[in-house]
Design a protein around this ligand. Structure first.
Ligand code: PGA
Ligand code: ZN
Length: 410
């Protein structure tokens, strides 16, 4: 038993320069937990509510002083003296205290900051690493990194419509060697882009953001980089996050950067063609969150060959995943803590996914910080994959570095 002594929230800054909520919790025995919550750009409509001030005189309305105040004035007084090992009870309390379906009253950013700092303080009180506190003795397997080395969509100001092109070194043995492959391929891709006069800055997740003739050019360039770096496509696959909910418009899809209008069926055909031609092992949000009929077709056509990942589709929510299981759509789920707002609900959705044969892919957001919670979470639940961007930008690399250290420890 160890009791909460102090809970304090702060408005800090995320990797896009936007305000975000941080929370510090200490206990009577001197344990400490600190968390900083992330923030998405291509958010799903069914996500929990991120509370922003909407005061246009500060940070263009993106301040989070209300969420911070909700922690300091409403949540903290209720949780003082609470046993730090009662994660489930506290998460349930926070859900009820908020009282809304999507945490719009206190803000999912406020609730999550407390939930995560609480877990970290508990691990610190037991003097064990977070992955062990969350996963026990079974927390032994490292996830394979899905490294987003070329950015488009809402994450980059270029003309590429697909949001993320990731390399996945699934055929390489250790996490350290997988990272080495990712870093080497990323460096070679940079060189190739430079030689071709295509070099650019990086996008929100650290991938290059060149303007290209189309999605296929991105795939060709990445494969060239894989081979030039001394690897092959038996060991390194490609994953796409289409983030097509961003394109959904009146029952069709408008690819905004190239101004192309496509139907659900046409997109499915495009994906089948891409999978024939390239070593694609995973497609995320290939169709929109409300296109259930399209998802059924997509799953029938590609569900046995590759990972079909629901991000905006499932929003880390057991109700949405249950719908997916019932309709037999997708076969993998992207897991983002701030889509649902508490650690316990996130653990619930991952357990449900595992039970029904869906793969858990633990993920960062495009707006991130130095907080490495998701690295420990991925190990705790033996998630097969983690998405944390390119091996570039400290907000991305912090998670990979944490995993490198965990691999040494295990
Ligand atoms: P987001 O992007 O954090 O902007 O939603 C990440 C993703 O779509 O996977
Ligand atoms: Zn996504």
């Amino acid at each position: 038993m160890d009791k909460i002594k102090e809970i304090r929230a702060y408005e800090l800054i995320d990797s896009r320069g936007n305000p975000t909520v941080a929370c510090f919790i200490s206990t009577e025995k001197g344990a400490k937990g600190f968390s900083i919550v992330p923030s998405g750009a291509s958010t799903g409509v069914y996500e929990a509510h991120e509370l922003r001030d909407k005061d246009n005189t500060r940070f263009f309305g993106k301040g989070v002083t209300k969420a911070v105040e909700n922690i300091n004035e409403i949540i903290a007084p209720n949780l003082l003296k609470e046993n730090i090992f009662s994660q489930r009870k506290v998460d349930d309390f926070l859900i009820n205290l908020d009282g809304s379906e999507n945490k719009k009253c206190l803000g999912a950013n406020a609730v999550l900051a407390v939930s995560l700092a609480f877990a970290k303080a508990a691990a610190s009180s037991q003097k064990i690493p977070l992955y062990k506190y969350l996963g026990g003795e079974n927390a032994k397997k490292l996830p394979v990194p899905m490294m987003n080395i070329l950015n488009g969509g809402a994450h980059a100001s270029n003309n590429v419509d697909i949001q993320e092109f990731m390399i996945v070194p699934f055929g390489i043995k250790t996490f350290a060697e997988q990272m080495r492959a990712g870093c080497e391929i990323y460096a070679v891709l940079g060189k190739i882009l430079k030689e071709k006069g295509l070099i650019s800055g990086v996008g929100d997740e650290g991938g290059y953001a060149p303007s290209l003739s189309g999605d296929e050019e991105a795939l060709e360039l990445i494969i060239e980089a894989v081979f030039k770096a001394g690897y092959n496509t038996d060991a390194v696959g490609i994953a796409l996050d289409v983030a097509s909910s961003e394109w959904a418009q009146n029952g069709a899809y408008l690819l905004p950067k190239r101004n192309l209008l496509k139907t659900s069926d046409e997109l499915i055909e495009d994906y089948e063609n891409l999978c024939e031609k390239y070593p694609i092992i995973s497609i995320e949000d290939g169709l929109g969150e409300d296109d259930t009929e399209g998802w059924k077709k997509l799953t029938e056509r590609l569900g046995k060959k590759i990972n079909l990942v629901g991000d905006d589709l499932f929003v880390t929510n057991t109700k949405r995943l249950k719908m997916g299981i019932k309709e037999n759509i997708a076969n993998s789920i992207l897991v983002k803590l701030n889509q649902i707002g508490t650690l316990s609900e996130t653990l619930d959705v991952m357990e449900m996914a595992k039970k029904y044969g869906y793969k858990n892919i633990v993920s960062h957001r495009s707006g991130e910080s130095e907080d490495t919670f998701i690295a420990d979470l991925a190990v705790a639940v033996n998630a097969p994959f983690i998405k944390s961007g390119a091996p570039c930008r400290s907000d991305r690399v912090a998670k990979y570095n944490r995993l490198l250290l965990i691999e040494k420890e295990i």
